[in-house]
Each structure stands twice: as structure tokens, then as C-alpha cells.
Ligand binder design. Structure first.
Ligand code: UFG
Length: 347
């Protein structure tokens, strides 16, 4: 059975990837520090997979940090001793708040960059040289009104974005050093939202959320009084910012397809934009959410948020051509599934 190590596998995106991996009959090892995730997600993953197949026991969880060299060595070595070495890594573990990264840049460099270095050293030591890395659209220089291609100018404007780009560069140097050995795919996520259709997994950030969907859920459930929309004077059709929202299960499926590619192709280094190629404004998301979930809530326009760009939408044609994948779920599905999770999980 092909064995995959998923770092950060109990987080929002990681937990959905684990479901997709188990459904495809992979053997999954998760390492997660639980800093921004919940151990309950492990039970939810098993529950979902029990409904659809019998592979819920093919997942092993280690609580810990990727900076913990001993733990990584232990994980890689015990897999070899069991005669089932780790074939590839999906690497998501890291800190991900743009705002927090501005306040605590060193923590971001330490966890995201130094942590990845420790992971890559362990991978190299145990001859596991296939990795799908969780990168981000935030590494691109802001541009107005144009789809972002993988060749668009790079220029992150936050320490979070700088650390993602630094890891991509580190992976690039690695493949240059041993072009015939490593297989690396950087998936540059746009705005992952939504939840598993079962309502058992969703986005539940610890502390006060900063992103639109977790806030929207709190407003719609009455926990927050109203949604603050950051700016109505942007150069867009309704004055609010446009983003490329992608359903988290479509994103999870993109990882499976990227994994299939690195497991069977010859060595390569690939950067892929993972988005739908369609932009929605904040107002359009709000109206869709209200319509599909038949709910009402208040919103008010506020000043622009520092660091926002008016338009961030993927040109996803390279991903569509390289991967056996296309996004299947639309913004209605994203709003409905997110609300279904909020309602069922009561989180
Ligand atoms: N927004 C509001 N009110 C809120 C929260 C958000 O109007 O209370 C708006 C933002 O201004 C933005 C849109 O909703 O226009 C989406 O904002 P998010 O914070 O949800 O997402 P961002 O596009 O700012 O950032 C996200 C991820 C980053 C990632 C980036 C990639 O959070 O990690 O997409 O483009 F790097």
C-alpha cells in the first residue's frame, strides 16, 4: 500500500486531504502539532471513511512538530522497519495568518522555513524525494484585473507570503542539486473555503478568525452582530474585492492528482495555481450565502484592509492540463457546505 506522510494533516485543508487519500486507498501517516487544529478531526476523518469504505484504520497520527527531528526520524525509521516506507510527503504544516505574520515574522520564518528544512533533511536521509508543497497565491505581486499565471511576477507583501516563497526557492535549489532524484510540485492555493459535505469537517480556526468565511459563519449564526466589508471603493464592478474561492474538497482532490503525478512521472519541478479561474466579489459571496442558506444578517462597509488587493484570480489552465483534475463545486456549494458544517458541528 502506498504510504503518504501528511504534515499538518488535521488542519482545515489537511483533514480533507486525508479523507481523499483514504478513499483512494492510500496508507496515511499524519503529523500535526494541534496548534491550529483539533484532534477531533481524526475521529471525523475515520467516521467519514467508515461510511464510504473500510479504510478508516489506514491512518496513523503523531502529535508533534515538524521541527522535532527525533520525531521525524522515528516516523521514517519505523515505516522502514515495518517494510512499508513512506513513498511521498504532502507538506501543509505551517503558520498561516497574514496578520499574525506581520506581528511575529520570526515565528513564521522559524516554523515555515526552518521547519520545512528539517523535514527535507529527514526526507533526504531516508531517500523519500517526492513532495507536494502547500504554497499560496500570496507569493504573487498584486496585479489588477488580470488572471494570475504561474509566470506572473512574484512579490509577496507579507512575511507569511515571503516564507511560502522562501520554501519554494529552497525546493527549487534542491531539485537543481539533484535533478534526477527529486519530484516536487508546489500547489499555489487561492482561497480555500467550504467544508466536507457530511458536515463533519470544516474550518475552525483557533482564536478570532480573520478570513471571510469563518467570520461569515459567525455572523450568520448570530455570534457576531454584523460583517464588516473591507472597502466598497475598489476598482471592481461593485466596489468590493474579488477572490478566487475554491471548495476545500476540490483542493483536496487536486492534491491526490498531484500525488499520482509525482508517484508515476520522472523527476520534475512544477508550480501550479489551484483555483477555479472565476472571481467573486465579497458582496456576491454575501448574497449567495444568504440565498442558498435562506438566512439574513447585517453587513456594513468599512475602510480598506491593509495589504488587500482588489483582484486575485487564478489562471488555472496549467493545473487543468497537467493534472487529471478540475474543480467541480461552485460558490453555492461552498456556501451551503460551510453552513451545513457550522450547523452540525455547533463550533
Ligand atoms: N473580507 C471582508 N471582511 C472580513 C474578512 C474578509 O470584507 O471580515 C474580505 C477581504 O477584504 C478580502 C476577501 O474578504 O477581499 C477575502 O479575505 P480573506 O481574509 O478570506 O482572504 P485573503 O484573500 O485576504 O487571503 C487568503 C488567505 C491567505 C492566502 C491568500 C491567497 O487567507 O492565506 O488568500 O490569495 F495567502
Amino acid at each position: 500500500m502506498t504510504k503518504i506522510l501528511v504534515t499538518g494533516g488535521l488542519g482545515f485543508i489537511g483533514s480533507h486531504i486525508c479523507v481523499s487519500l483514504l478513499e483512494k486507498n492510500y496508507n496515511v501517516i499524519v503529523i500535526d502539532s494541534l496548534i491550529n487544529s483539533d484532534e477531533d478531526n481524526l475521529l471525523s476523518i475515520k467516521k467519514i471513511c467508515k461510511f464510504s469504505n473500510n479504510f478508516s484504520n489506514h491512518i496513523t497520527f503523531f502529535k508533534g512538530d515538524i521541527k522535532d527531528k527525533e520525531l521525524l526520524i522515528n516516523i521514517f525509521e519505523s515505516s522502514i522497519e515495518d517494510n512499508n516506507p513512506i513513498d511521498a510527503v504532502i507538506h501543509l504544516a505551517g503558520l498561516k495568518s497574514v496578520k499574525e505574520s506581520v506581528e511575529q515574522p520570526l515565528e513564521y520564518w522559524e516554523t515555515n522555513v526552518f521547519g520545512t528544512m528539517i523535514l527535507l533533511e529527514a526526507m533526504k536521509k531516508y531517500n523519500c524525494k517526492k513532495i507536494v508543497f502547500s504554497s499560496s497565491a500570496t507569493i504573487y505581486k498584486p496585479i489588477i484585473d488580470e488572471l494570475i499565471t504561474e509566470n506572473s511576477a512574484l512579490g509577496p507583501i507579507s512575511p507569511y507570503g515571503s516564507t511560502k516563497l522562501a520554501v519554494e526557492n529552497m525546493l527549487g535549489d534542491l531539485i537543481k542539486s539533484k535533478p534526477n532524484e527529486w519530484r516536487i510540485t508546489n500547489l499555489r492555493y487561492f482561497n480555500p473555503v467550504g467544508a466536507h459535505i457530511s458536515g463533519l469537517l470544516g474550518e475552525n480556526p483557533k482564536g478570532r478568525p480573520n478570513n471571510l468565511f469563518p467570520i461569515l459563519l459567525k455572523v450568520a449564526s448570530g455570534e457576531y452582530e454584523k460583517l464588516s466589508i473591507f472597502g466598497n471603493d475598489w476598482p471592481t464592478h461593485d466596489g468590493t474585492c474579488i477572490r478566487d474561492y475554491i471548495h476545500v474538497m476540490d483542493l483536496a482532490e487536486a492534491h491526490i492528482s498531484a500525488l499520482d503525478l509525482i508517484l508515476k512521472s520522472s523527476p520534475f519541478f512544477l508550480n501550479l495555481n489551484i483555483g477555479t479561474g472565476k472571481g467573486k466579489s465579497v458582496l456576491e459571496v454575501v448574497e449567495t450565502f444568504k440565498k442558498v442558506n435562506r438566512c439574513e444578517f447585517k453587513y456594513a462597509f468599512n475602510s480598506r484592509r491593509e495589504g488587500d488587493s482588489p483582484y486575485v484570480v487564478a489562471d488555472n489552465r496549467l493545473a487543468l492540463s497537467k493534472l487529471d483534475w478540475k474543480p467541480k463545486r461552485n460558490i453555492d456549494d461552498m456556501c451551503r457546505d460551510a453552513w451545513n458544517w457550522k450547523f452540525k458541528s455547533k463550533k
